[in-house]
Design a protein around this ligand. Structure first.
Ligand SMILES: [Ca+2]
Ligand SMILES: [Ca+2]
Ligand SMILES: [Ca+2]
Length: 155
């Protein structure tokens, strides 16, 4: 019975696609089409994103390359209608920023740094804490709970 309900839910999704917060994001990042973005998928896609913005192919995104990257994300936010998408599109965008990914603080983001932040990125967006990103996470508001997130690494 549970399975049937799940199938019906999935089948109904395309009809609701318009105007669902996060739908565009999930479609972009859900590689196997199960409606959820896993850490594996996020890691792989971040690798792709990195490759597309590392214009001089030196294995790092510097400030100049980040200008282009920032503009692309701003455009993406507009397309997503971030205004009413809640805070999670903001989380998604912030998780791409230079400051968020420059782990060693040398002013540029290497591929390793960028990919290593996938887990943090997912954790920031995973508001219902099921370990994957779905439109449900975009429909939720982050609850202020002490000690949430940090120190609860799932591997
Ligand atoms: Ca998936
Ligand atoms: Ca760095
Ligand atoms: Ca989730």
């Amino acid at each position: 019975m549970k399975t049937l309900a799940l199938i019906l839910t999935l089948a109904a999704t395309p009809l609701l696609a318009q105007g669902v917060p996060g739908q565009h994001f999930v479609e972009n990042w859900d590689l196997n089409g199960d409606g959820a973005v896993s850490l594996e998928e996020a890691t792989e896609r971040r690798g792709d994103v990195f490759t597309s913005f590392d214009q001089n192919e030196d294995g790092a995104l510097d400030a100049e390359e980040y200008v282009v990257f920032d503009e692309a994300r701003a455009l993406d936010m507009q397309n997503e209608g971030a205004g009413h998408g809640g805070g999670n599109m903001q989380n998604a965008a912030e998780g791409m920023e230079l400051a968020m990914n420059d782990v060693d603080g040398d002013g540029k983001v290497t591929r390793e740094e960028f990919i290593s932040q996938a887990a943090v990125w997912i954790a920031n967006m995973d508001l219902n804490e099921d370990g994957v990103i779905t439109t449900e996470d975009f429909a939720m508001r982050r609850q202020m709970m002490g000690g949430q997130g940090k120190g609860k690494a799932k591997n």
